[in-house]
Design a protein around this ligand. Structure first.
Ligand code: HEC
Length: 160
């Protein structure tokens, strides 16, 4: 029993360390980790949104967002076509709904019943690893929200 407890503990610790170090790595290579939207032009926001899309979403949803990313076949649930979000919502891109779905922290799936990552958790860890105070939640939150907003703005531009 003791062995399996420590075994599980080290797996969890190892995973956290990997997440932390990769978050730190992203933080160094990726300025958008700590960029708020206040000082950015529309083009700059779109550029950062597109960049995050290529890094974080394209592996599953595909480079053009239609759901054909290189790892898409690994999943039971197919990553959805992100170019028909407006069409499926009656022709209007549902900005707020999409931001909440991408964030994921408020969704039932945050408890593990979907294969779509919970980006709110990931971006928050990345922001903290980039040097924002862990307990300064308003700053971390502002950065996470800015990033999700930029992703939604980008997604809006790829609607069919
Ligand atoms: C590990 C693979 C994977 C990655 C990476 C990924 N997704 Fe997904 N995504 C999925 C899957 C699978 C679904 C379908 C989930 C479901 O039906 O429960 C999905 C669904 C969605 C949905 C619709 C959710 C809903 O319930 O209608 C949106 C919007 C979305 N993804 C956006 C994104 C964005 C933006 C990114 C990048 C920040 C991203 N995804 C990265 C796998 C992924």
């Amino acid at each position: 029993m003791k062995t399996s407890f420590w075994c599980r503990t080290s797996i969890v610790a190892g995973f956290s360390a990997v997440l932390f170090w990769s978050a730190a790595g992203f933080a160094q290579s990726d300025g958008s980790t700590i960029t708020s939207n206040k000082t950015l032009t529309a083009e700059q926001r779109l550029e950062l949104g597109a960049r995050d899309f290529r890094t974080y979403c394209a592996p599953c949803h595909g480079p053009s967002g239609v759901g054909d990313g290189p790892v898409a076949t690994e999943f039971v649930k197919k990553p959805i076509d992100l170019t028909v979000l407006a069409k499926n919502a009656g022709g209007v891109f549902p900005v707020e709904k999409i931001q909440n779905l991408v964030d994921g922290r408020d969704m039932p799936r945050a408890h593990g019943n979907s294969e779509m990552p919970v980006w709110g958790v990931w971006f928050s860890a990345a922001a903290n690893a980039a040097g924002l105070l862990q307990d300064d939640i308003s700053t971390t939150e502002a950065v996470v929200q800015a990033r999700i907003e930029r992703l939604a703005e980008y997604l809006k531009t790829i609607q069919k």
